[in-house]
Unconditional design. Sequence first.
Length: 120
Amino acid sequence: MTALVLSDSAHEPVPGLTLSNGLRPGPAAFAKSLANEVGPRGIRAVGLLPYRIATDRALEIDARTGDVEAARARDSADIPLRRYGTLEEFGKVAAILLPPAASYLTGVTVPVDGGGLRGF
């Protein structure tokens, strides 16, 4: 199994990240292409799309606003679950995709987003 951690901007543009928004869909397409190439050898390729996960990077981005709590509250309000995800939650999704129970899943990107990404 190959797990690729992508960016939410692979699925939905992030305001203010024009260059990144243009580059990020490429790795999602790579996951699909990789699945086609390595699937015959029994290797699966799955992309994970984190949205707002409470990481050091998310804290850094929130801190740039000058008010971490206000930034987190604003961003959390856009997430149906009304909070950032945890690293543990992200890891659990990856763990669900790794075992044999998910052996017929490949070539897809799975949002780990609390419902925050608006597309299908």
